[in-house]
Design a protein around this ligand. Structure first.
Ligand code: AMP
Ligand code: MG
Length: 412
């Protein structure tokens, strides 16, 4: 039996980064920067007004009220034709470049316009008031994002603000997925025959992969038939950057998947000291990493989270591979196997004393309903065994759901 961290270490050590290429910014969400991004210009690129008002020389507005001559109207996107000279002002909109001569903006709420072409300012101005300086957000030449950053929507905005329209990103992996087992029937099929169950692993894995932002190659269900399995795995290995199978890797069963994997590639069959997801196969079909996930759906999801997701992120070039963890108080006592790292599926509740967690339902590795009701894993380390109600547990979040109803937020 190997420890979880040893198994994770071994998987990650075998991962190579995919090649990098420039891509249009619109296609970069979820991909990873292959290089630092340096701002070729400042943001904002020029000093501009932070408010609608009047661009003035602060010295002209040191004692108020004072009436100035308005020499121009300046919308955002235009450059002033005139200079703000003594005794004058330019009416300016938010975002318009500061005119030459002006060093402050008096907001429109602090002015009165009784006479055409004039404005009376009611509050004194200091140099720099309501002026957003060039480079106040990003200085020219600054590194805005570093290599290894996985691009989120806010990063897309930041990259656009510095004109990075085609950043260098690591390629999006293609990941092949197939389910194995004679008992499996696709959910699209009209009905279950006696002894059959629906293939739930594949839709779940495709969802997890889609959320991760990789390309999915769905190879369907492969029955327990060596010839078929050989041909589908061969196709998977030559067309994908990683292959995920589920089923057929546990001990003491009909070892067809094992036999075919062993014959096609260099694949090891592991027992990892974790629960669920103890049986796990890992290796290569040619140059393509192969993850042989267990059959039970909860084990599949846990193995995906602990091995596949970090490994794919490593192939994608990400600097950070593992999910957020935080601590929470346990509502009820739980008993776990002290020889294993146990991933208890828990539901998070928010009360007056902060966040608490409780198991979201049955903890069998086939109980998908409790996994679907969970927000996080409570990760109980080797050696812990029983954890008492009121004790603190470490959480690993795998969802960021909407939890507050309209009534809770806005009232009845
Ligand atoms: P196995 O390791 O292939 O014996 O599978 C272990 C358990 O997981 C068995 O009860 C299988 O029926 C079940 N199982 C395997 N693959 C799937 C799947 N794709 N969807 C749902 N259950 C599965
Ligand atoms: Mg099977």
């Amino acid at each position: 039996m190997r420890s979880l961290v040893d198994a994770q270490r071994e998987v990650l050590a075998a991962m190579t980064k995919l090649p990098a290429a420039s891509a249009p910014l619109g296609e970069c969400l979820g991909l990873v920067l292959a290089d630092d991004v340096v701002a070729p210009h400042a943001v904002p690129p020029f000093a501009n007004s932070g408010m609608d008002g009047f661009a003035v020389r602060a010295v002209d507005v040191s004692s108020v009220p004072v009436t100035l001559t308005v020499v121009e109207d300046l919308p955002a996107g235009s450059v002033a034709r005139s200079v703000v000279a003594a005794g004058t002002a330019i009416k300016i909109m938010t975002g318009a470049p500061m005119p030459q001569g002006a060093d402050a903006v008096v907001i429109v709420e602090d002015s009165e316009s009784r006479e055409a072409g004039k404005v009376t300012l009611l509050t004194p101005a200091n140099s720099g008031d309501h002026v957003r300086r060039a480079g106040g957000d990003v200085e020219c030449g600054a590194t805005v994002l570093t290599a290894g950053t996985r691009i989120n929507p806010m990063h897309l905005g930041l990259l656009a603000s510095v004109g990075a329209g085609e950043p260098l990103v690591v390629a999006r992996p293609t990941v092949a997925v197939l389910s194995t087992g004679d008992e499996l029937v696709s959910v699209e099929a009209p009905a279950l025959r006696p002894g059959a169950i629906h293939d739930s692993n594949r839709p779940m894995l495709i969802g997890l992969l889609t959320e991760l932002g990789v390309e999915v190659l769905d190879l369907g269900i492969v029955p327990d038939d060596a010839r078929l399995l050989r041909s589908v795995l061969g196709e998977a290995a030559s067309n994908a950057d990683a292959v995920l199978t589920s089923g057929g890797v546990s001990m003491g069963e009909y070892d067809l998947v094992k036999q075919v994997l062993t014959e096609l590639g260099r694949v090891d069959f592991w027992k990892v000291a974790m629960q669920p997801a103890k049986p796990f196969a890992f290796g290569f079909l040619g140059d393509t990493p192969l993850f042989g996930l267990p059959g039970n759906p909860v084990s599949v999801m846990v193995a995906f989270e602990q091995f596949v997701r970090p490994a794919l992120l490593a192939r994608m070039g990400a600097a950070r591979l593992f999910r957020r963890r935080s601590v929470a108080v346990l509502n009820t006592s739980i008993t776990t196997n002290p020889a294993k790292t146990v991933f208890v599926r828990v539901r998070v509740e928010y009360g007056p004393k902060g966040m608490t967690v409780a198991p979201s339902g049955g903890q069998g590795s086939n109980v998908l309903s409790a996994l679907a009701a969970a927000d996080a894993f409570a990760v109980v380390p080797v050696g812990a065994g029983e954890v008492a109600a009121g004790a603190t547990v470490e959480l690993e979040w795998f969802r960021s759901p909407e939890v507050r109803t309209r009534e809770e937020v806005l009232g009845g």
